[in-house]
Design a protein around this ligand. Structure first.
Ligand code: DGT
Ligand code: CA
Ligand code: CA
Length: 574
């Protein structure tokens, strides 16, 4: 039974794959792929939206037809289109498309000529030398397929944080209803807010463990039980995610939470310090001789070994343990510190809501300001603005600002950084704006030297304010481009420019280690939603998580400033 946005997204992805293998209309295929991405990265549960009577066509990329399909899936658990497609082709065949080098045409040939339906059958066909016989394949292709398959087999599947959140929160709520349960916390990489998680590690405090284990293995989304003991169990959910559960007594909860939050290398570093003090630390507590001296909560665990409390996002053994010894950990930024957002789109380009709707949404999110930064003309797929359209939008912003209280719209642009490092709009146009956000949207594969030169040249531009999504990576879809980020950060400092931490769940870019570098160089980072709809400010929670993993404090973040202080800082670059 598909329940979460990610489940519905998986159905649409499968439909797109099957349509593609059948040579369907490319626009139709793209609509399903696009909808899958939107659903995957949308932070509100569409099932809940439907139950509240909300119209799903309010999501960008979801028209009437797709909205009806979502409704069908949520209410019946089925999608009749997918069922029909399955009658023509086996369900497993879409998996073949995940193998690099295998496109829809090849899948079709493999299916029709060799009856290959699964990855396993593909492997056998390649190994037995049957693929080279097919027209258009040959020996080299066969070898490539074999190598791709071997690489694929060694890759363990990880889930984007926003996907994991959907499964984790539902399961957490379900476990909390079991009688006798006093606490439920999801530990592991999830709690450390890593951008992807391998599996979920859930910790429950309860007096008796059996009812908790029982409830867990009977949970509606469980596909397979890997193990079930007296105090621990592991399952695989229907979506393919593994979940490990441990039930502990309240007096050990903190020690277990510390242990299972990790990271492993952080744990090892803490254990070493405990040993130096003659203490023993494990998942049940901290012990002197055989007497438990701490473990009920995490604070007590850290205190017992002489450390300040270390927030989960810092626990990667990147120097946090040493700082905790001397009480000099950073005071990490929190979501409530944000006073505005400096990257958002409207329906003037590829966003979904009007200027006014975006302004109202930002205001009800508690913001003081919102910068409107549409794409520039070069980005035709996003209907980028030309100078005239931009000046019209600026006039509209002036009008709205005169009329609205408590929220100020700032005039900006997300201008394309062209291949040679010049910007996609003329100086006299950029000069009139409050901020100029520059972004690379093309030519991701330039050499390191040329990509670096390109971005450095953009930063030198007199009106340049901020570099958007600085590495260009899309989690699990596109690697960061090859660029000398240390030089870019230094140049940003010299020029008084800023770096964006784009909070879109697929980007989370600036990466955490670069946040740390920016902080050390004194370059302010702006945590931006890149909102394309009035729901998207909710994604800032992921940006905050990434910022905290990057050691950022409130003062390291540009958009924690008041509007007045922000204007001062923006002026320095203009
Ligand atoms: P993941 O699931 O790959 O995204 O990453 P984690 O960090 O959630 O790793 P996982 O699920 O294998 O284990 C959860 C935590 O349990 C891990 O962060 C630290 C702890 N842990 C696991 N194995 C060991 C170990 O051998 N030694 C120590 N000290 N801790 C361990
Ligand atoms: Ca884990
Ligand atoms: Ca685990």
């Amino acid at each position: 039974m598909p329940r979460h946005n990610a489940d519905i997204a998986a159905i649409f992805e499968e439909i797109a794959n099957l349509l593609e293998i059948q040579d369907a209309n490319p626009f139709r295929i793209r609509a399903y792929r696009n909808a899958a991405r939107i659903l995957n990265d949308h932070s509100r549960d569409v099932g809940t939206m439907l139950r509240k009577g909300e119209d799903l066509t309010c999501l960008s990329g979801i028209g009437k037809d797709l909205a009806a399909k979502i409704e069908e899936i949520v209410s019946s658990g089925h999608c009749s289109l997918l069922d029909r497609l399955h009658k023509k082709m086996p369900a497993t065949i879409g998996d073949l498309l995940k193998i690099p080098g295998i496109g829809p045409k090849r899948v079709k040939a493999l299916y029709h000529d060799l009856a290959v339906q699964t990855v396993e059958q593909l492997y056998r066909a390649a190994r037995d030398g049957r693929i080279r016989e097919l027209p258009g394949f040959g020996e080299k292709t066969e070898l490539n397929i074999l190598q791709s398959l071997e690489a694929h087999a060694n890759q363990t599947q990880r889930f984007k944080l926003i996907t994991a959140v959907q499964y984790a929160e539902a399961l957490e709520q379900s476990l909390a209803t079991v009688s006798g349960v006093s606490r439920v916390t999801i530990a592991g990489s999830y709690r450390r807010m890593r951008e992807t998680v391998g599996d979920l590690d859930i910790l429950v405090a309860a007096e008796t463990s059996r009812p908790v284990i029982q409830h867990f293995i009977e949970y509606g989304e469980v596909n397979r039980i890997l193990s079930a003991g007296a105090t621990r169990a592991s399952v695989v959910l229907e979506c393919g995610m593994q979940v490990d559960l441990r039930v502990v007594k309240a007096e050990s909860f903190g020690a277990a939470l510390h242990y299972f939050t990790g990271s492993k290398s952080h744990n090892i570093a803490v254990r070493r310090i405990a040993q130096q003090k003659g203490l023993k630390i494990n998942e049940y507590g901290v012990y002197r001789s055989d007497k438990q001296i701490a473990g009920q909560d995490e604070e007590s665990v850290y205190a017992a070994v002489g450390l300040a409390y270390i927030p989960p996002e810092l626990r990667e053994n990147r120097g946090e343990v040493t700082l905790a010894q001397v009480g000099r950990l950073p005071q990490l930024v929190e979501q409530s510190d944000l006073r505005g957002d400096l990257h958002a789109h409207t329906n003037a380009t590829d966003g979904h809501n009007s200027l006014r709707e975006m302004a109202l949404a930002a205001k009800s999110f508690g913001f003081e300001y919102l910068a409107i930064t549409e794409h520039s003309r070069r980005l035709t797929v996003a209907h980028g603005l030309d100078p005239l359209q931009l000046s019209r939008q600026c006039a509209e912003i002036d009008k709205l600002n005169a009329e609205m209280d408590e929220i100020t719209l700032l005039k900006g642009i997300e201008v394309d950084i062209l291949e040679d490092g010049s910007l996609d709009l003329p100086d006299n146009v950029l000069a009139k704006l409050d901020l100029v956000v520059g972004a690379v949207h093309s030519k991701f594969d330039l050499s390191r030297a040329r990509q670096t030169k390109r971005i450095l040249r953009a930063l030198e531009h007199p009106h340049f304010t901020m570099l958007a999504h600085p590495t260009g990576r899309l989690i699990q879809r596109r690697a960061p481009y090859d660029v000398d980020m240390a030089r870019i950060i230094r140049e940003a400092r010299n020029r008084g420019c800023f770096l964006e931490l784009n909070a879109h769940p697929e980007r989370l870019d600036l990466l955490d280690t670069y946040c740390q570098m920016a902080r050390e160089e004194g370059v302010l980072v702006s945590i931006n939603s890149d909102a394309h709809s009035n729901h998207d400010f909710a994604n800032l929670r992921f940006g905050i998580g990434q910022a905290r993993r990057g050691w950022l404090e409130k003062d390291d973040v540009l958009n924690t400033r008041s509007l007045k202080a922000l204007r001062q800082l923006l002026k320095q670059t203009m």
